[in-house]
Write a protein that binds this ligand. Structure first.
Ligand SMILES: CC(C)(COP(=O)(O)OP(=O)(O)OC[C@H]1O[C@@H](n2cnc3c(N)ncnc32)[C@H](O)[C@@H]1OP(=O)(O)O)[C@@H](O)C(=O)NCCC(=O)NCCS
Length: 391
């Protein structure tokens, strides 16, 4: 077999994440227009000629309406990349963009393509979670999954049932930390590197949005403890220790060494390897643990070799379970150093792109660091983990 080439992360941008409400940033904006904005910025920032993009791999969980019509190709046309630029749509629910990124990386690694745009968009205001799907009745009639597996908040409550040592105190503490870290990162300009403003239409006219809408910087432990679970009577999962319902878009440019040389690009990190796994759908939040274990085993690394981990915070319980499993403290400084989805929000298929951007930002500020992992849990019981190397 011919040797694999390297696939490099060149740049990544995202929009400020909005709340999926009638009053949210993007209530009057199309999902595809949001994604187009990020693609145009990526093309301008990298200077790669539009028609030299070999593919556009773009993810959405709801692939209908303004997220339908095979998104990658729609975006290539809408962004004016040129008729020769193909594209396709991807769905692996929360890990959509992460899947787009590894697919793009693989196309480069085998030598089939040189420049690929990979990202995701999810307008949860236009496409409420699960609203447009029709699960096969056999899931329940044949007891293939428990009913709770189809509501993500319920899977988080289930995870609490399995890990009884993960108390409400600990998940709220984790959630508070997410708010505090995101607030600090925002104040320190960490997101300036990859968050780009967008002009949106609102009831009051045009408006430029430039800062994430979801974080609640003033959150206190008392605020969090006062919230109750919407998922189960007496449950432990609340609006304060879960990711929100959000609108977001963004993507990254991946390129080969040949493209780096031709277009004078600066590689920021290398896609080393990845792992996807299946787990019990009823406790899907466990997914990052076996996915990360599989990735470490494949690459011969240990968790101590990983300098930074950016984990999607679908639910605090799932993050605490991950930290406990790897013997890491709740406040491990190298895990979600910039906070996460509990503060920032989680527009499903888009979020994996944000994780990659944050690892790239962290590497830029820690030139001596070598390895980073992005990891996520995924609906219907899956986990994803991707290994990056600082270059
Ligand atoms: C939990 C969930 C149902 C809450 O939805 P919501 O009610 O629209 O959430 P809101 O942001 O309006 O918050 C609800 C309340 O909690 C309060 N709240 C939320 N976070 C808070 C915080 N950090 N501090 C203080 N109060 C907070 C809000 O103020 C609000 O109270 P109000 O109605 O009095 O204003 C929703 O966020 C959810 O389903 N999250 C999980 C998403 C998911 O499953 N993603 C996929 C993962 S695999």
């Amino acid at each position: 077999m011919a040797e694999l080439r390297d696939a490099y992360y060149i740049d990544g941008v995202r929009l400020p994440i909005g709340r999926a409400k009638d009053t949210g940033y993007y209530a009057g904006t199309r999902a595809d227009d949001m994604a187009v904005r990020t693609i145009r910025v990526l093309m301008e920032r990298t200077g790669i000629p539009d028609d030299r993009v070999d593919d556009v791999a773009w993810a959405a969980t709801a692939q209908v309406g303004d997220q339908g019509l095979t998104l990658g190709r729609s975006l290539a046309i809408l962004a004016g990349l040129g008729q020769n630029v193909p594209g396709y749509a991807i769905d692996r629910m929360c890990a959509g963009a992460l899947t787009a990124i590894v697919n793009a990386g693989n196309a480069i690694r085998v030598g089939a393509q040189d420049v690929v745009l990979a990202g995701g968009v999810e307008h949860m205001g236009h496409h409420p979670m699960g609203a447009e799907v029709d699960p096969n009745p056999r899931f329940l009639s044949d007891k293939l999954v428990d009913q709770s597996a189809l509501v993500m908040g319920n899977t988080a409550e289930n995870l609490h049932d399995v890990h009884t040592d993960i108390t409400r105190e600990r998940t709220d503490e984790y959630a508070l930390q997410s708010q505090e870290r995101t607030g600090k990162a925002q104040a320190n300009g960490i997101f300036d590197d990859h968050v780009v403003p967008m002009t949106v239409w609102t009831d009051e006219g045009w408006r430029v949005v430039s800062v994430d809408e979801h974080p609640r910087p003033g959150t206190t432990m008392e605020d969090l403890q006062a919230l109750s679970s919407p998922f189960r009577a007496g449950g432990l999962v609340t609006a304060g220790n879960a990711a929100g319902l959000n609108d977001g878009a963004g993507g990254v440019v991946l390129a080969s060494q040949a493209a780096v040389d031709e277009f004078g690009l600066t590689p920021r990190m290398k896609l080393v390897d990845y792992a996807f796994v299946g787990v019990e759908p009823e406790t899907m939040g466990w997914g990052p643990v076996p996915a990360t274990e599989k990735l470490l085993a494949k690459t011969g690394l240990s968790i101590d070799d990983i300098d930074v981990i950016d984990m999607n915070e679908a639910f605090a319980v799932q993050c605490v379970a991950f930290l406990d499993h790897f013997g890491l403290p709740l406040d491990a400084e190298h895990v979600n150093p910039y906070g996460g989805a509990i503060a920032m929000g989680h527009p499903l298929a888009f979020s994996g792109a944000r994780l990659a951007m944050q690892v790239a930002s962290w590497f830029q500020r820690h030139p001596d660091a070598r390895y980073g992992i992005t990891t996520m849990c995924i609906g219907l019981g899956m986990g994803a983990a991707v290994l990056w190397e600082n270059v």
